[in-house]
Design a protein around this ligand. Structure first.
Ligand SMILES: Cc1cc2nc3c(=O)[nH]c(=O)nc-3n(C[C@H](O)[C@H](O)[C@H](O)COP(=O)(O)O)c2cc1C
Length: 151
């Protein structure tokens, strides 16, 4: 069996969301038997839609996802069938507006009919140890979902 590949795409300006992305990656790796790649939204290309499972994360920008993450989804639109049925987890940070960002990503990615891994992870400010533990737990669940699909 080929190892399923998990792609973690994130938008982060000051590092908060990046820390959350790294904790999700740690959790996913801890499950074993998966490949995990972290990518900034700005470096993500339509070919990246070939991964087997995804985590998408952003800081809150005016209570919405960052523009660079929305661009990823606009780029994925013409290959959206590639995301259908694949496990997807969402994560966000903000200064109070992090939950509305979860909702914004949920609404857009919902168009692709993924297999949601919920709840998403929404954190205020820099993730603390308890936030990172939650992120690791959800990363592990994402990896387990990816492995189940690969069977
Ligand atoms: C352009 C811009 C707009 C923002 N708008 C909001 C907002 O509407 N609501 C909110 O809670 N935080 C807002 N923030 C704060 C960031 O979302 C927050 O500090 C976040 O944790 C930063 O994540 P990062 O370190 O990954 O960049 C904004 C930040 C920027 C740069």
């Amino acid at each position: 069996m080929v190892e399923p590949k998990i792609l973690i795409v994130y938008a982060s300006r000051t590092g908060n969301t990046e820390k959350l992305a790294q904790a999700i990656a740690e959790g996913a790796r801890s499950a074993g038997g998966v490949g995990v790649e972290l990518k900034r939204a700005g470096d993500t290309k339509p070919i990246d839609a070939n991964a087997d499972a995804f985590a998408f994360g952003s800081y809150s920008a005016f209570e919405y996802m960052a523009g660079e993450l929305k661009t990823v989804f606009e780029d994925f639109y013409h290959v959206r069938d590639k995301l259908t049925g694949k496990p997807v987890l969402i994560f966000t940070t903000g200064k109070g507006g992090q939950v509305s960002v979860i909702e914004s990503i949920d609404k857009v990615v919902g168009v692709f009919n993924p297999d949601w891994v919920k709840p998403g992870v929404a954190v205020e400010g820099m993730p603390e140890e308890a936030d990172k533990a939650k992120a690791r737990e959800m990363g592990r669940k994402l990896a387990e979902a990816a492995k189940k699909k690969a069977k």
